[in-house]
Design a protein around this ligand. Structure first.
Ligand SMILES: *[C@@H]1O[C@H](CO)[C@@H](O)[C@H](O)[C@H]1NC(C)=O
Ligand SMILES: *[C@@H]1O[C@H](CO)[C@@H](O)[C@H](O)[C@H]1NC(C)=O
Length: 362
């Protein structure tokens, strides 16, 4: 708790700094809007987080299609990861432990016996520095920077990370992340944990959205959502098969049993092909909104908000189970403990690059 309290105190200090306009405070927390016509996105540097994405529907009605909180203060205790970039290693690391170059590293465990999303105070809980910000015009963008120190949450060596959010063509949000290891080799894999609901956040569940995934294989995950067997299997013939557009809810009740309980999708897909390529298309029939995701990462975790339960969201809305879905492009889950998966080791001199493009239409 001491850690959390210190962080809240620090955040309040920063907010106070912002309120009084104190010069020289390097890490103030703020909300930054990017706007291009009637398409607008709000970002905060607390966790390099997407707070809102507003766009019209086929009748011209605007809605905010990501789940989240109204104020930065409410994100401080967020354990559901509403919209942040997570790292240094996203998703789960088995037993919070790995070996790199013959050395054993122990991470902070924040998911039972395992580590999730970089540990207790990973990138998503950290205050990033705003490097550049252009809020309007043809190509509004914001670039955020975070220096992850040697030993942070147990990871080896220091890392410099950048995330740029940019509105380039109409109704298109680009997300460009990069990282370099400054002195020591370290695993690196980030993801963006936005919950989408194309009908508008708080408009109910997403079970009626249709989803298409350009993925014919998935990583077999165990009851702890770890790829303990290291097996990669075809999705064909399973409820995970979204190769043709299918309602999210069509087979969700057959999908996963954790301790005898049906939960929902929390599956890791191997995206077909390589490089920048189509990953997913989601469509909401009622509003006519469509989202197309392209990315350059090997896998994507599909999460259907299985554990949302009476969560207070923006505008007085309440989020419940399946109230949003996450399309988390990333490296292989727990690659640090699976030599059979592509390596996530970033060595000094190398550059990690993660690009995503969300193209909306209606
Ligand atoms: C966060 O949680 C702590 C501990 O439960 C609580 O004291 C604090 O008021 C909360 N902060 C916010 C901003 O909600
Ligand atoms: C990472 O992105 C930032 C912001 O766009 C850029 O300034 C920097 O040069 C990039 N780093 C590398 C190694 O490409």
């Amino acid at each position: 708790m001491a850690r959390a309290e210190l962080f809240v105190a620090l955040l309040c200090l920063c907010l106070a700094g912002l309120a009084t306009g104190a010069a020289g405070t390097r890490k103030m927390v703020g909300v930054y809007e990017l706007r291009r016509g009637d398409f607008s996105v709000k970002i905060t540097n607390l966790g390099a987080r997407v707070m809102s994405v507003v766009l019209p529907d086929s009748k011209g009605n605007l809605a905010d299609v990501v789940l989240g909180k109204d104020t930065i203060a409410e994100y401080v205790n967020d354990t559901l990861y509403f919209g942040p970039v997570t790292g240094r290693v996203a998703q789960r690391v088995s037993r919070g432990r790995f070996v790199l170059d013959g050395k054993v590293y122990h991470l902070y465990k924040n998911d039972g016996m395992n580590t999730i999303h970089g540990g207790g105070r990973g990138f998503s809980k950290s205050i990033w520095t705003v490097k550049e910000y252009v809020g309007s015009g043809d190509s509004p963008y914001i670039t955020l920077y975070y220096h992850s120190f040697d030993g942070e949450q147990g990871f080896p060596g220091a890392v410099d990370a950048y995330v740029t959010y940019q509105l380039s063509s109409p109704y298109t949000l680009g997300v460009h992340m990069n990282a370099t290891a400054l002195d020591t080799a370290t695993p690196v894999s980030f993801l963006l944990h936005s919950y989408w609901n194309l009908g508008g956040h708080g408009s109910g569940d997403v079970l009626g959205h249709t989803l298409q995934l350009f993925a014919s294989r998935h990583t077999v995950l165990d009851d702890e959502l770890l790829p303990s067997s290291g097996r990669v299997e075809p999705v064909a013939g399973t409820p995970l098969d979204f190769r043709t557009p299918t309602a999210i809810g069509a087979r969700i009740h057959k999908v996963k049993v954790m301790g005898g309980r049906v939960v929902g999708y929390d599956a890791n897909y191997i995206i077909d092909g390589e490089g920048m390529r189509p990953v997913a298309i989601a469509r909401d029939g009622a509003s006519g909104r469509k989202l197309e995701l392209w990315a350059n990462q090997p896998t994507m975790q599909l999460y259907t908000g299985n554990f949302l339960e009476h969560v207070a969201g923006k505008d007085g809305k309440v989020y419940n189970q399946y109230g949003g879905f996450c399309l988390e492009t990333m490296g292989y889950v727990d690659a640090v403990n699976h030599p059979e998966f592509p390596s996530q080791t970033l060595r000094p001199g190398q550059v990690y690059r993660h690009d995503m493009v969300f193209k909306f239409s209606f």
